[in-house]
Write a protein that binds this ligand. Structure first.
Ligand SMILES: NC(=O)c1ccc[n+]([C@@H]2O[C@H](COP(=O)([O-])OP(=O)(O)OC[C@H]3O[C@@H](n4cnc5c(N)ncnc54)[C@H](OP(=O)(O)O)[C@@H]3O)[C@@H](O)[C@H]2O)c1
Length: 250
């Protein structure tokens, strides 16, 4: 047992997260980035904002720079009114220097395709230079809604009655050359990804509050196996803990 304590200052929190990540078995490496309260709640009043402080918000925005695609559940996209990824000039420059596009696309997972086509991701005129969004859906999706989606996004159909996470990730790897996928939740989507054995890394901020919505950081489908993780780092800023876990070796 170790007592974790203040050991060394960190100039830039993001530096702790810049590590090599390679595709796994024909799919991107999947890391998730989430924030939860001390009791594990993932939202307050249906939004994540009250759990996050400025340091966490900077990490949230910056971590997108390590991704080839940012994957998010439709409910999160609806509630948080998703827009295209915006990175600082420095992060854009380092991506371009590494041969990557300036910013990664956002991929929304949805069966219903009940999306607000006016949300900034689809509608913002300044998004003209952003990569085309991706919508990941299933064969059971309404054909008219599918047609609407195709007008504003690249569409991936992965699964019959619902999106099959493994098939979706394999398609993101093959069609969009995604080596690293960043899952920004929400808890329902993350639970499915983890239950399917597809979560390689979890970046979890623990925020020093109790309360909020009865929605845990990950909603595991009934009967799923445990996913065992190993601690890679702990950092602290302003009372929040920044934890990085990677999948434990089998
Ligand atoms: N604390 C955090 O870090 C964090 C991060 C993200 C979000 N949040 C919060 O979490 C809440 C939203 O999370 P949530 O768990 O309710 O929803 P979610 O995971 O964001 O989205 C769920 C939706 O995604 C689609 N979906 C998920 N899995 C699917 C599958 N296998 N096949 C087809 N579609 C699938 C469905 O969309 P359709 O309904 O369109 O079919 C489903 O209703 C919000 O309050 C948000 O603020 C917190």
């Amino acid at each position: 047992m170790h007592l974790w304590g203040p050991t060394q200052p960190v100039d830039d929190l993001l530096d702790l997260y810049v590590v090599d990540r390679d595709p796994v078995d024909g799919r991107p490496w999947v890391l998730a980035n989430m924030v939860g309260g001390l009791d594990g709640s993932a939202a307050v009043g249906g939004r994540v904002g009250a759990l996050s402080d400025e340091t966490d918000a900077v990490l949230f925005r910056s971590l997108r720079a390590v991704a080839d695609v940012v994957v998010v559940g439709a409910e999160t996209a609806r509630r948080e009114r998703y827009g295209p990824v915006r990175l600082t000039d420095d992060l854009v420059a380092s991506r371009v220097a590494a041969g990557l596009p300036p910013t990664p696309p956002i991929a929304i997972v949805s069966r219903s395709l009940r999306l607000d086509w006016d949300m900034p991701l689809f509608a913002a005129p300044e998004a003209a230079d952003a990569p085309r969004p991706i919508i990941v859906t299933c064969a059971a999706a309404d054909p008219a809604a599918l047609e609407r989606a195709e007008a504003v996004a690249d569409v991936v159909v992965a699964g019959e009655a619902e999106v099959e996470p493994g098939a979706a990730l394999a398609t993101l790897r093959e069609r969009f050359d995604a080596k690293v996928g960043l899952c920004e939740g929400g808890p329902t989507l993350l639970g499915q990804v983890a239950a399917a054995g597809l979560l390689d890394e979890l970046c979890l901020t623990i925020s020093p509050v109790l309360g909020g919505d009865p929605l845990p950081v990950s909603v595991t489908p009934a009967g799923a196996d445990l996913t065992r993780m190993e601690l890679a780092h702990v950092a602290e800023a302003h009372g929040s803990l920044y934890l990085r876990y990677v999948r434990a070796a089998p």
